[in-house]
Ligand binder design. Structure first.
Ligand code: SAM
Length: 274
């Protein structure tokens, strides 16, 4: 397939560059996003503009964040006719997304993300969750499976719980390696993350919740009674379990996000009253 610009760019592995070339997939992604001209739309890692070129037609004030400085002249030339288009040549992991907000309008975030930064980037973005309308990402298939898994499922774990605490998650569709150049060694999928307008369950101490979930899933095969010994003594655990009517012989994958939030609030409350 011919490239829509006159420059030659060699894909760089260290930047996770697998460029989308399948026009049907690009169309499906853009249709799923359904951008409007008034949206505060942000694309992370535009690369050579495969998705950008369609997004910008729907939303000319598109902002993009690209780390590879060699791609900047390519993007500038390609989108020169859009005066509101802006490129931020920065690392998205360190980027202050609040600077892109205009009059408190929530951001819409899009990206075919480099797989090595996808989880830390999602956690970075979750710190802005009350200022984000939605996020559409292309990720490694396994990561999407973890993001959407619910209690009892094989892929359910820390990522599912901590992301679903903040967002509704939805698997949209699969994308095979043949849709990219160069082809990645893994399958990909598109996921939609939509921050809850109001958190369904509120943790009194999110750091405690995160620590609890982390500990619980360090040894998936063990019971909660065994794994949580490190977090609270046996008495506190027993008191919390009775209060919540929770069976400590369950394994970590049996508890829902709501269960973890309740357990965290109860254990954290007990330790604060010691
Ligand atoms: N969107 C393009 C596409 O679909 O063809 C490129 C996707 S490619 C998988 C990932 C892009 O993210 C590359 O352009 C890469 O240079 C950029 N990138 C890598 N690390 C980044 C970071 N930390 N911050 C911003 N962009 C980054």
């Amino acid at each position: 397939m011919s490239k829509p610009y006159p420059f030659a760019h060699k894909a760089r592995k260290r930047f996770g560059q697998n460029f989308l070339t399948d026009q049907n997939i690009i169309n499906r992604i853009v249709t799923s996003i359904n951008a409007k001209p008034s949206d505060r739309l942000v694309e992370i890692g535009p690369g050579q503009g495969a998705i950008t070129q369609q997004l910008i037609q729907a939303c000319p004030q598109l902002q993009v964040i690209e780390l590879d400085r060699d791609l900047i002249p390519i993007l500038l030339a390609q989108f020169a006719k859009y005066p509101e288009f802006a490129i931020h040549q920065q690392d998205a992991l360190r980027f202050d997304f609040a600077t892109l907000m205009v009059e408190k309008q929530p951001l819409r975030i899009v990206g075919n993300l480099p797989y090595n930064i996808s989880t830390p980037l999602i956690f970075h973005l979750l710190s802005y969750q009350d200022r984000i309308q939605d996020m559409h990402f292309m990720l490694q298939k396994e990561v999407v499976n973890r993001l959407v898994a619910t209690a009892g499922e094989k892929n359910y774990g820390r990522l599912s719980i901590m992301v679903q605490y903040y967002c509704e998650t939805e698997h949209l569709f699969a994308v095979p390696p043949e849709c990219f150049d160069p082809q990645p060694k893994v399958d990909s999928a598109i996921v939609r993350l939509q921050p809850h307008k109001k958190l369904p369950y509120v943790a009194n101490n999110v750091a405690h919740l995160s620590h609890l979930v982390n500990l619980a899933f360090q040894q998936r095969r063990k019971t909660l009674r065994n794994t949580l010994k490190q977090l609270a003594d046996g008495d506190a655990l027993q008191i919390a379990a009775e209060k919540l009517d929770l069976n400590l012989s369950l394994r970590p994958e049996n508890l829902s996000t709501e269960d973890y939030v309740n357990l965290s609030n109860t254990l954290d409350g007990l330790s604060n009253h010691e």
